[in-house]
Design a binder for this molecule. Structure first.
Ligand code: NGQ
Ligand code: ZN
Length: 447
């Protein structure tokens, strides 16, 4: 296995110079600091762990840029969702695989090394199960295998259209399971994941709108100790509906009724009271923030300062996949705080680089939410990112991540997953073939 030499690298203890990273089949074998490169070492300027992307709905990449025309009334999250359901109903397994491969390639090219696929497009277009109930999960796995991105598969349990067990809507027919059908999907998903290098299996009850309390109790054990993800408190209407149904707010209800702990990831959790921020932080659960999507859908602003002050952990996800960019997700997260609070450098402790704080916190929160550990040290996955500093030679090492996130001139050079290089010079090694297939699928879908 190869070794790389980094002029600078982001290690668990902070930035270090002259770092030699040796890969093995299992991951990072050794890390030496303050050493010269060996002749055969590949040389890089600035190396960090690759970033986990903790929340994706791959099929939604098909509507990126196609839902930005104003409708007859005031557009909202809910009018977007109607459009999204329409597209979901039109896609075949071949479309899903081609679109997911394009998406995962784009993720790798921007510096993500692992994706948490919150997967709920399960059934055929008429709502009947495929011969293989995990047909679509298999397509997601195939896209992960062909692009090389590491996968945390989160099969979604979805049964209802609203709080209190409301019957599902016809437009949701491809998402729906009963408990027996879902257990079969989990069994098949477990075998798919075990055949895929570096893959992890978790579970995702879609939301408190889509699963009852009894169903949540029944499906959580099917994760077998793996990650548990759920959408929560993204829209004000969801908070109001939850209050009307239970007398409690969604995050409050979850924390009261479910065993929320470090295995859990609460996606969005946008609308919380100070008490909910405090309790969520104490639970150890990750807040799964999706800043670009939350802006695109008009969700509101997560108060990251409040959450961090309580010791809360977060990671980032690209959710609707309207735009795939690691630096822009982190920038949007910080800028939404600045605009809302009329302040600067919000997601950092005094004396610390905001870019570095955003990067390191999203790295560890994201890895934890996806059931892995991140960091350049022996025994960790060899999932790495190397930045191209050629156009920014003058930038001091401790400001490289600030430049990458907030400015220009620094981009992605290489990305390795499990020690295999998938991106070089900013390009995925299979880009042309993957994009040709994606464009053919999109032409069919938009014809
Ligand atoms: C989803 N997406 O499952 O794709 C959701 C919309 C819903 C976001 N919440 C559907 N961003 O929440 O009902
Ligand atoms: Zn989502």
């Amino acid at each position: 296995m190869p070794a790389i030499h980094a002029q600078s690298a982001l290690l668990p203890a902070g930035l270090a110079q002259d770092v030699r990273i040796q890969f093995s089949e299992a991951g990072i074998e050794s890390v030496e600091v303050g050493v010269r490169p060996y002749d055969r070492d590949e040389r890089h300027r600035f190396v960090t762990p690759a970033m986990p992307n903790l929340h994706s709905h791959a099929f939604q990449r098909a509507m990126a840029g196609l839902a930005e025309t104003r409708g007859p009334g005031q557009d909202s999250f809910w009018s977007w969702r109607t459009e999204m359901y329409r597209i979901a109903l039109s896609m075949t397994p071949d479309h899903v695989e081609a679109i997911a491969a394009q998406l995962y390639m784009e993720m790798l090219e921007t510096g993500f090394g692992r994706v948490g696929e919150f997967h709920y497009l399960h059934h055929d277009r008429d709502g009947t199960a495929y011969g293989d109930p995990a047909e679509m999960a298999g397509r997601i796995a195939a896209a992960s295998a062909s692009t090389g991105i590491a996968l945390t598969l989160l099969p979604v349990f979805y049964a209802h259209s609203g709080f209190g067990g409301a019957a599902p809507a016809d437009g949701q027919r491809r998402f729906i399971h009963d408990l027996e059908g879902f257990a079969r999907l989990m069994d098949r998903s477990r075998s798919i994941v075990s055949a895929l290098p570096h893959a992890v299996l978790g579970i995702a009850p879609h939301s408190l709108r889509a699963a009852t309390s009894e169903q949540l109790q029944a499906v959580i054990p099917l994760a077998h100790g793996g990650p548990v993800h759920i959408h929560v408190a993204e829209q004000v209407r969801e908070v109001e509906d939850c209050l009307a149904w239970s007398g409690r707010r969604p995050v409050e209800w979850l924390l009261d009724a479910m065993p929320v702990d470090r295995r859990w990831c609460l996606i969005h959790a946008t609308h919380m009271t100070d008490d909910e921020f405090e309790r969520l932080a104490r639970s150890g659960a990750i807040a799964g923030l999706c800043p670009i999507t939350e802006a695109n859908l008009g969700d509101g602003v997560f108060s990251a300062a409040t959450f961090r002050a309580s010791g809360g952990r977060f990671g980032i996800g690209s959710d609707s996949n309207v735009l795939i960019s690691l630096p822009e997700e982190l920038r949007m997260l910080e800028y939404s705080q600045r605009l809302f609070r009329r302040a600067r450098n919000v997601i950092a402790d005094p004396g610390h680089s905001t870019g570095m704080s955003l990067f390191v916190e999203a790295l560890h929160g994201g890895a934890s939410a996806l059931g892995v550990h991140a960091g350049i040290e022996a025994g960790r996955p060899a999932d790495l990112l190397s930045l191209d500093l050629a156009a920014a030679e003058y930038v001091p090492t401790d400001k490289v991540l600030d430049h990458f996130i907030f400015s220009r001139g620094i981009g992605v050079d290489s990305v390795w997953v499990g020690g295999t290089k998938q991106v070089e010079g900013g390009r995925h090694k299979k880009r042309d073939a993957i994009t040709a297939r994606f464009i053919a699928a999109m032409k069919e879908l938009t014809a």
